[in-house]
Every structure is written in C-alpha cells, then in structure tokens.
Design a protein around this ligand. Sequence first.
Ligand SMILES: [Zn+2]
Length: 349
Amino acid sequence: MVEFALLAKLTEAFGVPSEEHEIAKLMEAEFKKRGWHAETDRFGSVVAKSPKCKTSPIMIAAHMDEIGLMVKFVSDKGFLRFIKVGSIDDRVLPNQRVVIPTPDGKIYGVIGHKPPHMQKKGGERRAPEAKDLFIDIGAKSRKEVEKLGVRIGTPVGFDIPARHLQGGRITAKALDDRAGCYGLLKLAETLKGEDVVLVGSVQEEVSMFGKGAALSAYRLQPRAFVALDTAIAGDHPEITDEESGGIGLDKGPVITLVEAAGMGNVADRQMREHFMAVAKRAKIPIQLEVIEGGATDAASVYSVRGGIPSIALGIPTRYIHSNVGVCAARDIEQTIELMERAVKTFPKK
Ligand SMILES: [Zn+2]
C-alpha cells in the first residue's frame, strides 16, 4: 500500500531548482526517523547512508527539485513577471495558482490572463507565451511586493494538493520526482542492512543533466548508480503506443535503456541484465524504454571519475512537466520492490 499521506506531503513541499530547502529538510528528517545517517551537503542534496554503508556503496538518487518559475521583474502596480525554471509547456501556465515562499512564510498568487470575452475571436485566439503572462499576488504596488520580501530571483511553485483518483491512481504536482523521493524513504525501511547510500538530489531539472547527483557521486564514489525517477506514460488519447513505446500506467516499473537519444545515460549492460533477471524471478512486470527527449540523474553520474555503472528506473507518470501528474500506486510499489530486490542481490564486485 502506498502511504498516501507521506507521498502527498512530499509532493506538496516546495522545491523549485536551487530552492530545495523545504523538501530537503523534510527528506533529511524522514531518513533520520528511519535510522539512517542523513545530512544535507553544501550544494543542497540530502545524502543518507545506511548503518552498513562502506567506502563504495550502491548509490540510489531521486531528484527533489520540481519545475517552477522565478520572478524576473516587479511592475509598479505590483504584478510579477517571471521566467520558467525547467521545461514547462507555456500553455499550462494561464490561470494557475502559485505559491511563493517569503521570509515570513508562504504567500499565494495566480497567473493572470484575460477572460475569453476580451480575447480575439477565431483563429487569432492563441495560447499566450510565458513572457506575456504575470503573477497577481494581490499587491497594489511594487513597494508592497518588496515589503513582503519578494524580489527578482524569488522562486515560485505551483499550488496543487495531491488527490486520489479512481483505480488506485494518484494525481499531484511534482510527482516527477517526489514519487522517487517517496521510493527512497520506503527503501530506507528495507535496505538498512545493505551497503547503500540514498540521495535526494538537487537541480536535476535545470541542467544538462542532473547537477546535484553528479556532485554527490564524485564525493561518494559509488560502485554503481541507480536514478529512481519517473518515465513518461503515454497511455492516454493524445499519445499513441508508437510514440510512447507502449509505456503506460499499471504495467510496472520502467527500465530506461537509452536516454536523450544516447546523449544521456545508456544503461550499463550488467545492471540492465541484473534488473531484468530480478524482475523475472520476482514476477514483477517491467517496461523497457528508449527515449529521444529527456534524461535522468544517470546522464550526469555515469561519467563521474573513471565512470560509474548506471541505470535509470522510472515510475510511469502521465503529464509530467506540467502542474498535474498522474501515476498508479501499484507501479510505485512495484518499482520500490524491484529496487529493493535488485540491491539485495547485487553482485558483490
Ligand atoms: Zn525527473
């Protein structure tokens, strides 16, 4: 059973790239609760070592950051212009509710957009671009905004609560990759006796590719690396199986063989065979993915130091890089189970 309250808490925490302190604090506390030695490194990633962690452990990372926005200008009338941080389709932005951390706590806002009555008719009506949109926090002047501590560089996140859907499915913001973060915490309950380090990484969404995980890997010198992330589920009316490779919900964890058309990680052959064999033995269904766009922390970790054997395991998720993801509880559970079994039976050298 997926512990919905914990997953909801993780997805609702704030963590726009470079501003991951809230989710990091939560992750560190949850690791410690489970008896792991956890600390937040200078770059912001949370590094949790099992009581049995030695000099070259298996490293599993899930990125804590989420796509979001950042203030780039405050108008005289108190409206905020913004940039996107991470890859977001402009069309999902108009009229979204947003949350902004300030020194005195969170404040809320909406991305304003003119109503249909005022828009041009017919073919001229088009989706606005992010640069033409603005955030309305209710302030009446720049001075009022500044007094709140909101300024150029202030991060902005989406304000979306997690909810149950039908059929054991869950919708939330930032499932990419808080579903993975949830996985790390569950693994902390079952991998305590293993030579493992679990890392909640930062700035995965704003790099070519994962910044935080690569820095942690350099320091930790793991003997193998697994990125625990999401994979694009295409089982809805807008995407065909030909486009998605047939990746869908309730079909089990996704093993990503090739990321970013080969520019990202190419799954280590031995790890790939190991994960596939473990899944077969445990009768866990798996899905295989080769993807042209998109990569994970594995894309930056594999080339650290002399090369670290790496693979990415994904929880299938619909609508990623928007403000609403959808995933299936069963896929989350099976992905965690596959990871646990694969680590426990991982070849010693
Ligand atoms: Zn991700």
